[in-house]
Design a protein around this ligand. Structure first.
Ligand code: SAM
Ligand code: SF4
Length: 344
């Protein structure tokens, strides 16, 4: 492994402001499109992944993230695919942790399926990671295997325990799936809140071809909320974690439940984020196809000027929002790339 050539960033922070006046200070980086699970709503079982030669190296990812931080990014989330299956990922996380130590970055965090967490939790905490999102859609081991196709719930549970032991705050992410886990969500919420973990439920988004019909899976969270309100007292609270979730406090459990509702309630007006893929493509919106190739700018020169202007030019094109649709007439996904490419 080569040492990173990039220097710590000590420059005064500037800011990126899009044409709608939104400050962009949150970057999500998909470090790999690969995964050790095959969740049915996310991937087809027989996925074709990018050739490894197309991926940015860890040094290039570090350089790219560092330029974004220099330009005003304060929160950085690594995702994928499964970020912890990328070879030598801890090398990148350790490099990026210098921005936490310098104060340039407020938060370095990950979204993970938890399968490798038992191995990496201690090192992540050591690198200044304080919070981690772990995705679990059911607490039933057989259903877990069915929904992830390849996952093992006990391994993920050991990962969560290791994360808690290392002092990481774990938030549980659950995709609400009609006929699969809608009845189980109250129990999952009691379990998460009982362990002091926040939980967020997410509507399925029409991204990428999968083997199933998305209309069979889609559960509007307005319906889920109404059904939870039969048994729980939900109070809207202004709590924010930098993402699009709207939170309620649940009187009966004393915990927080977040709703991410890209379908029923579009949250684009407060969007503060952009995403880069593992090949260096910058997507200004999760739900739109317009993108900028930063790999070319990255590789064109050793200095960062070209890259910085390519980023400015792309932010200048950030669209107002997405328009996802799931219905029986619209059979094609709204965007053709899978969530694992852009990073959830
Ligand atoms: N592998 C990691 C994980 O599962 O947490 C990180 C990547 S995954 C793409 C990030 C999040 O996106 C997960 O919580 C996953 O459940 C969610 N997700 C994947 N496909 C989705 C879709 N089509 N609609 C809504 N959420 C989706
Ligand atoms: Fe992998 Fe995460 Fe997609 Fe599941 S949701 S297949 S764990 S990337």
């Amino acid at each position: 492994m080569q040492a990173s050539k990039t220097q710590p960033i000590n420059l005064p922070q500037s800011s990126m402001i899009d044409p709608f006046g939104r400050t962009i200070d949150y970057l999500r980086v998909s470090v790999t499109d690969r995964c050790d699970f095959r969740c049915v709503y996310c991937m087809a079982e027989d996925m074709t992944f990018l050739p490894k030669r197309d991926l940015l190296s860890l040094e290039e990812l570090d350089r790219l993230c560092s330029v974004f931080i220099e330009k005003g990014v304060r929160r950085l989330r690594l995702t994928g695919g499964e970020p912890l299956v990328r070879k030598n990922i801890m090398h990148l996380i350790r490099q990026l942790s210098r921005h936490i130590r310098s104060g340039a970055l407020e938060e370095l965090t990950l979204t993970s399926n938890g399968s490798q967490l038992e191995r990496f939790a201690g090192e992540l905490a050591d690198c200044g990671v304080r919070r981690i999102n772990v995705s679990i859609d059911t607490l039933d081991p057989e259903k877990f295997q069915a929904i992830t196709r390849w996952g093992k719930l006990d391994k993920v549970m050991r990962g969560i325990e290791a994360a808690e032991a290392a002092g990481l705050h774990v938030k549980i992410n659950t995709v609400a799936l009609k006929g699969f886990n809608e009845q189980e969500i109250p129990e999952m919420m009691r379990w998460a809140h009982g362990r002091g973990m926040d939980m967020t439920v997410i509507e399925t988004m029409p991204m990428g071809e999968i083997d199933a019909d998305r209309t069979d899976q889609y559960l509007p969270l307005s319906l889920l909320r109404a059904s939870l309100e039969h048994d729980f007292t939900l109070t809207d609270i202004p709590f924010k974690t930098g993402g699009p979730a709207r939170y309620v406090e649940v009187a009966e459990t004393g915990g927080r439940l977040g709703f991410i509702t890209p379908m029923t309630h579009n949250f684009c007006e407060s969007c503060n984020r952009v995403r880069i893929t593992c090949t260096g493509t910058l997507y200004m919106c999760l739900g739109q196809d317009d993108a900028a190739d930063l790999r070319e700018a990255l590789r064109a020169s050793e200095g960062n000027e070209l890259l910085s202007s390519a980023i400015d030019e792309a932010i200048g094109r950030k669209p107002k929002g997405h328009d996802f649709v799931i219905d029986r007439r619209t059979r094609r996904p709204s965007v053709s790339r899978h969530m694992s490419v852009t990073g959830g």
